[in-house]
Structures are given as C-alpha cells and as structure tokens.
Design a protein around this ligand. Sequence first.
Ligand code: DLL
Length: 437
Amino acid sequence: MIWNKKIETMNREEMKRLQLEKLQDLVQYVYEKVPFYKEKFDAAGVKPSDIKTLSDIAKLPFTTKDEMRETYPYGLLACKPEELREIHTSSGTTGTPVVAGYTENDRTLWKEVMGRCLAMAGGSKDDVVQNAYGYGMFTGGLGVHYGAEAIGATVLPVSSGNTKRQLTFMRDFKSTILTCTPSYSLFMAEVAGEMGMDFKTFDLKAGIFGAEPWSDNMRVEIEHKLNIKAYDIYGLTEIIGPGVSCECEAQNGLHINEDYFYPEIINPETGEVLPEGEKGELVFTTLSREGTPIIRYRTRDITWLFHDSCSCGRTTVKMHRLLGRNDDMMILRGVNIFPSQIENVLMQIEGTEPHYQIIIDRSKTHLDHVELQVEVEGRLFSDETKNLEKIRDIIHNEMKQALGISLDIKLVEPKSIERSMGKAKRVIDKRDTEKEK
Ligand code: DLL
C-alpha cells in the first residue's frame, strides 16, 4: 500500500515545483534564524532571493560533519531550545556528538516518512513490528517506533540485545516484521539455530534493515536464513534518522522521500553536482525541518540516483543501495575498494559464513597490508587441512578477479569474529594508531 499517494506518485513537474517552493522558504528561514548560515551565505555572496530555480541550490555552500560538531550543542538550532520536543545525537570518531533537534512539526514529519517506509516494505496495521534497533540517543529505535505507530501496527519496543529473549518474543507475540541492523539479524539466525528454533515456524515475513552497509548477496543470505523478504532502509541523524529512503516490493533501489529531503550527487573532490545516474557523494538538504534544518549536508555516502517506472507505482527518485562511505573506502595499491564489494564476493562462496572482518595495517616496508578474516563452516576445521587450503585459494582467486588485487586470507572458526547487535565493525584500520605511536 502506498502511504501517501499524492506525494509518492506525484509527477515530476509538480514535485519540482513543490521542492522549489520549500527550498526558497527554507533558505529564507535559515538566513534569518541561524547566524551560522547567514555568515556562510554572505561569505559565498549568495542571498535567499538568488534561489530562483532548483539548480540554484548549487550556489549554496555545503555543510559538513565537522561543522556540525564545531557548533555543538545548539549552534545550528533554528528555533528556541524550548520549542524542541526531542533531541538525538550521533557520535563519531572524535567523540563530540552531532545534534539533531526536533520540534513538534519535525516529529510529525518523521512519523510521516517512517510510515511511508514501513508501508513500502509491506507493513500495515495488521503487523507486529519487532523493533530491535537500539532505543536511546541513536535514532533507529524511536524512528522506527514512530513509523510503526503511524501505520497503526503493534510495536514490540524490544531494542537491541538479549537475543534469546528476542527470539522467544518473536515466536510468542507472532512478530511479522523485524527491524534491526542486517548484521544483527544474522546473529539472531545463529542464536535461533542454537536454541533449536526454526524461522519457518515463525510468523515473520519481512525485515527492514539498515544503519550499516550490506550487499545484495548478504540479502540473499538473510532472506534464506530468516525465511523473509529483506528490505533496505537508509537514513542519518543529521537529516532525520531512519526514513530518508526505503526499498519497496521491487527491492531495486530506495525511494527517497524527496519532498522533505532534497538529494544531490556530487563529485567528492570538486564539489561539482553530477548528472543523474553518475556515482558520487550523496548530499541532502532538509526542505521542511524546523529544529535543525541542514543545507547541502555532505553525507560521505557513495551511491547514484535514478528514476525508473517502478512496479510499485511510486514516482519518487531512487538511490541505489549504498556502495559504502568515503571514510570506509580503502585505497589499496591504487585501487578503490569498499568493504561491501568484498562482502558481495564472499557471500557467493560455498562454505563461508556471513561474518568477516578486514584488518589493515602498514608493513615494515610501509606498504598497506590487508588481511581478510573469514569465518568458515566448522566442519571444514575438522576435515583434512587440504579442504581449508582449497577454500582459501578460492576466496583469494575470486577476490583477485573481482577487485584486481591480492588479499591475505585468514580462515577462522565459527563465532570467532565479534558479533554486533548494532552497527557491525567490518574494517579495523591499524594504520592511524601506528602513526600515533
Ligand atoms: O544509522 C539511522 C538509521 C537507523 C538508518 C536505522 C537506518 C535504520 P546514523 O547513526 O547517524 O543514523 O548513521 C548514518 O549510517 O550516513 C550511512 O553511512 C550508514 N547507513 C545508514 N543506513 C544505511 C543503509 C542511522 N541502509 C550512517 N546502508 C549513514 C548502508 C547505511 N549504510
């Protein structure tokens, strides 16, 4: 079911008109209310009245994560602090959090977009949504909760962790939709196996997974192990939290809620706006946020935008599932590689488990050294060593063919790589800590 037919099936011209009207209001609003933006616009020599067409957005300066941190806590607030109804933060590597402030209208907006997302993944009032995203300052828990409320579903606010209890609830409350990170869903499958539970006997029909990168082949693995359809949901604290975009039944790209979040793809090096279909860094402008509106936020996420005549009937622009983040991209001997590419290859190889880690350090010769640790089925460890050697060779050769470089492959026993109940840590880069020494 399409949650908001008027918006989600709007024709392009109408959508562009709506976006332009909102953009003009937004630019005026932040210019008046947020000194940070006024100063930046003045320095760039741009006035709100200069925004006459949608492409004029390129005249506005970008906003970066560093700027959001530097203005902690309220430097980007466009309303009075007492008008906020809710605050979320996301902390990154430096520890200073990024702040997202929501007025009552922002919360209504969040409910609306999350309602649309849950409906995209087939959710309705008849569903029991088991929400295993973390509740707290992280936006995943409450964001999904609001969406479940919007569509009138029954919500199990179980949060992440306590996996055995999760599974017992899933069975007893007959959960039909699971929401959590994709890596946590696989951990649940593993624990269910240990408990002698079988997903085929559950009522679960779908999972809405996001907050971390995952690949198409990881989807195949999850759909098989949990006996469900797995949908990708995307979002980030700076923009709203989950609800920026989501997959529909076609499972081919994520429909962006573009009446609220205006997307652009830029060349990350030059900042130039790229045409539709070209790969680059995703940039968002929040067209209707009141608390912490953001102009041209550089997400560092890499993808591309496209339109197709989607079988679901929605006309909103789509983003391809993320290829990765700029920060995660490894440049190995001159080749750009995202962890998701490695994952995609790995998931196709018989005998491997969907648990892996990439460890990068710098060898004595100052070359980057990459070790790919992969869990393989336990039986392989009890077999003759030649079987292990065989699978190691297969992984090595497949990687070389797909990526063009050789990785050092280390096979490890089941359950030796740390499991995650939130965002999985796939890459351990020891180069920075070595530099600090
Ligand atoms: O992860 C919001 C969220 C919660 C999204 C629940 C989906 C589900 P942050 O903690 O601020 O917010 O992290 C945002 O996570 O810039 C991406 O790099 C990554 N990310 C989010 N969704 C996906 C996805 C939430 N579906 C950052 N695929 C983003 C890949 C994702 N990466």
